[in-house]
Design a protein around this ligand. Structure first.
Ligand SMILES: NC(=O)c1ccc[n+]([C@@H]2O[C@H](COP(=O)([O-])OP(=O)(O)OC[C@H]3O[C@@H](n4cnc5c(N)ncnc54)[C@H](O)[C@@H]3O)[C@@H](O)[C@H]2O)c1
Length: 122
């Protein structure tokens, strides 16, 4: 049976906190560059009764974003997007920050915006 799908990018504590707040009863597709981080979060959430799946993805790549969207659509209609992937100045040089946080976020919003269900906010 298909479910409403939440795409979460970024398997950190902030992303998980938001997904726990809005994602119960939905399929939560967790994309992260680090499969280890994605699996850690999906393990915690599945143990707590959520329905999540990890996917390796790179927010700085349009191809990778499109792959994440296609994977998410296998489970149902995309109803929500949580973008919590990113790097800060203590983690990466400015070039990476611009590529991930600025370019990647813009592409993610552009591509998910084409397919997300229109409707009321959560
Ligand atoms: N924690 C804070 O106080 C705080 C404050 C302001 C902004 N932020 C930002 O909010 C976001 C989430 O915060 P957090 O504390 O959960 O961060 P976090 O570092 O714990 O998690 C971020 C996740 O993003 C992933 N990631 C990094 N680059 C990626 C890429 N190119 N593609 C896909 N995934 C990638 C990392 O692997 C990591 O799992 C981060 O961008 C962070 O910089 C955090």
């Amino acid at each position: 049976m298909s479910k409403d799908v939440v795409i979460l990018t970024g398997a950190g504590q902030i992303g998980m906190a938001i997904a726990r707040r809005v994602g119960f009863g939905k399929k939560i597709v967790v994309g992260d560059k680090s499969m280890k981080n994605a699996k850690t979060i999906t393990g915690i959430m599945n143990d707590a009764g959520f329905d999540t799946v990890p996917v390796e993805m790179d927010l700085s790549s349009r191809e990778s974003i499109l792959n994440l969207i296609h994977r998410a659509q296998e489970y149902g209609e995309i109803a929500m997007l949580i973008n919590a992937a990113g790097v800060s100045p203590s983690q990466a040089p400015i070039e990476s920050i611009l590529k991930v946080d600025l370019y990647g976020t813009a592409v993610l919003l552009e591509e998910v915006g084409k397919v997300i269900r229109a409707g009321e906010p959560a």
